[in-house]
Design a protein around this ligand. Sequence first.
Ligand SMILES: NC(=O)c1ccc[n+]([C@@H]2O[C@H](COP(=O)([O-])OP(=O)(O)OC[C@H]3O[C@@H](n4cnc5c(N)ncnc54)[C@H](OP(=O)(O)O)[C@@H]3O)[C@@H](O)[C@H]2O)c1
Length: 334
Amino acid sequence: MTHPPAAFRAFVAEKLDDRVERGIRTFGPADLPPGEVTVRVDWSSVNYKDALATIANGRVARMNPLVPGIDLAGEVIASDDPEVPAGSAVLAHGYDLGVAHQGGYAEYNRLPAGWIVPLPEGLSARDAMTIGTAGFTAGLSIARLEARGLDPSDGPVLVTGASGGVGRMATAILLERGYETWASTGKAAAHEDLNALGVSGIVGRDEVIAESPRPLESERWAAAVDCVGGATLPYLLRTLRYGGAVAASGNAGGAAFSTTVFPFILRGVALIGVDSAQLPIAERRVLWERLASDLRPRALGDRVAEVTLETLPEALDGILAGRAHGRWLVRVAG
Ligand SMILES: NC(=O)c1ccc[n+]([C@@H]2O[C@H](COP(=O)([O-])OP(=O)(O)OC[C@H]3O[C@@H](n4cnc5c(N)ncnc54)[C@H](OP(=O)(O)O)[C@@H]3O)[C@@H](O)[C@H]2O)c1
């Protein structure tokens, strides 16, 4: 059992009137939040929600000032819970982390034992954060679709926002599992990478956000993984094959959408909501075991850019500006 050092670095976002001041501050043990498990944070990652937590109207931060970072991986240095002993390699994400509890962008953190996931065999802390909340959400989306019966023999599956964190991870996992996988992206620059990953085809963002006077169109997709929301969801619903489903996790393209009941009542399609943040810990630990084995994304290390606490703002600004292509990893301690 060791103690955190007297001084360590934390990246803080503080809302001051209508602006948010971001930068590195020096923290000490007294700044650690309550919890049974003290962790040295080796890696975190940058998710869309992290960027929202650092802007004035992002509606994510529920404390001020906030250390953002909705996921982290590292080593337990002290613990009051015998099930999570000092020296164990762990990860955590979701719940209040980086929202209403200090997040992953600090060299040390303290967490409730009930938030801790033991690092699965075969994944390093860096691998775990390469997958991160994005890969977890992608894996959960696919697990939900398969629990409803989706199988590679059913036909093509479309991933929207395919160049982003969730989308690219979902594309990689689907390909690994033998699905005919199609990608929707708004970035011409991402085509080469997605083709190299092995997608069967690319659908432009213009096509998936276009309005249609028709409540149903030709049946095209057996299923879809959608992290874009907005106008994209109505497109997916009206082009799903009979009995198909869309797993919806995000709103990068907007929150509101307008559709009709016809895809549901004439084609029996399903809209499956996916939430990684409040998923109960037992289910979360099982899914992480799968992310290290049968749901492990292909080409884990591809399209990963590393930033440090000092260079974090460029990634936070980039993800908000829609420049994400793959994942940004944050090297936190050391
Ligand atoms: N429900 C959950 O538990 C959960 C967990 C994680 C993330 N999310 C949500 O999932 C979404 C994606 O998260 P992420 O971390 O993967 O973000 P990201 O890396 O920024 O990816 C989002 C992608 O959406 C596409 N996109 C389409 N329309 C867009 C627009 N108008 N503005 C910006 N991007 C647009 C872009 O890909 P293309 O250019 O390839 O189209 C972009 O790269 C976010 O809404 C996030 O809040 C939800």
